[in-house]
Design a protein around this ligand. Sequence first.
Ligand code: BES
Ligand code: ZN
Length: 458
Amino acid sequence: MDQILAQIRASRERYQKELIDFLRIPSISTTPENAGDVRACAEHLRERCAEAGLDNCVIHETARHPIVTAEWRKAPGAPTVLVYGHYDVQPVDPLDLWDSPPFEPVIRGNKLVARGSADDKGQLYIHVKAVEAMLKEKGTLPVNLVFLFEGEEEIGSPNLEPFIREHKELLKADVALISDTAMFGENLPSICTSLKGLTYMELRLKGPNRDLHSGEFGGPVRNPANVICELMASLWDKEGRVAVEGFYDKVVELSAADREDIARLPFDEAAYKKDLEVDGLRPEKGYTTMEHLGSRPTIDVNGIWGGYQDEGAKTVLPSLAGAKFSFRLVAGQRHAEIRALVEKHLKDRIPAGIEAEFIEHHGGEPAMAPIDHPAVQCGAESMEKVFGRKPFFQREGGSIPIVGTFDTLLGIKTVLLGFSLPDCRIHSPNENMDLPNFHRGIETIAWFHQLLPRYLAR
Ligand code: BES
Ligand code: ZN
């Protein structure tokens, strides 16, 4: 390992330059005008995998954005690791809140600022470089590997599940490994042990056939903007609990032991509020902020519109209004069941004078990574080797729906070894990757591959 680590440390400059080139490609998956960029990004990644010494580096076409796979299977008898990452990124809006253009990466202090730097191109690249360093130094790996990189994670991975169904042999592995989560804090390594599921929906309302003068028509004519407010507000109660009938029926409650573990995390609520510049928080009644963030379901309106949005004021009764909203789900909940409950709840409340159209966006199941799984323990030792302290185990509120699919379709558990930080602003302006963590991530992943055979043989 000494030689491998020396090689990783000697290559830091080059790794950073390469990552910057990778981040320059605006691989936004949701906007059709970036489809060519997403493809270019896949091709770029395929080439980097081949340069790293991997075999069978292939671009697979899907109905939308390509999937990249690469393999190294020359260690007969050794375990096989399926490494997953996503090379697509979120949109950049609002652009005016960025201090530098999102696809012109810049280094400020320890941070590399660019869209995708943390979520997930920077973290995905950690895996390519760790394997490259091991192959360069030793010409061989202690494990077998298959890389699976998709370009549709941020749009709900619509084509990944069918791909997995059709490529079970290619993806055959003993365990999956993903770096797409955050550490608890700077110098506070952690391993993510659970991710939330998601049900994302949109509701479009139409009232009168045209925009109207709100004085001439307002009152008796239903205003779809008023109605969308009413409908959204009916989804939660005064305490912020979801108010949809049956919503909590199958939620797996935290055990006393779980709650003790969560209470041991070094969470500083005052610092958390200060960072966000909010003067109060409202965790679910009976739960702490950390419990709510990691282990209780939530509802968020992600966008709401209708009527006049420009400068000044306009007395209008709009014809159209709508909202995009989503529920984060926890163990026990199924996204399709929740979608059905929510649709029923809303349909029962659409008043006369309003036409409603429901649009289904993505869904995904919650997922767990059991602490006592030997590969998770291997991840913990790998982090400890590099960060100099034992990692915490942390439940996170984000979603990576494919983790549940690996479990059900491939029968494997996933180790979630993430290296971004809570303040790296994923999905927001000025997204950044902590560069010391990027380099430590490469070392940690090299350790993981090195140690895994021993853990899985136990
Ligand atoms: N990297 C995130 C998931 C994440 C964020 C995990 C924070 C843990 C902590 C991932 O790329 C993501 O944003 N996923 C989406 C999934 C959705 C579009 C299906 C999410 O969570 O909103
Ligand atoms: Zn994301």
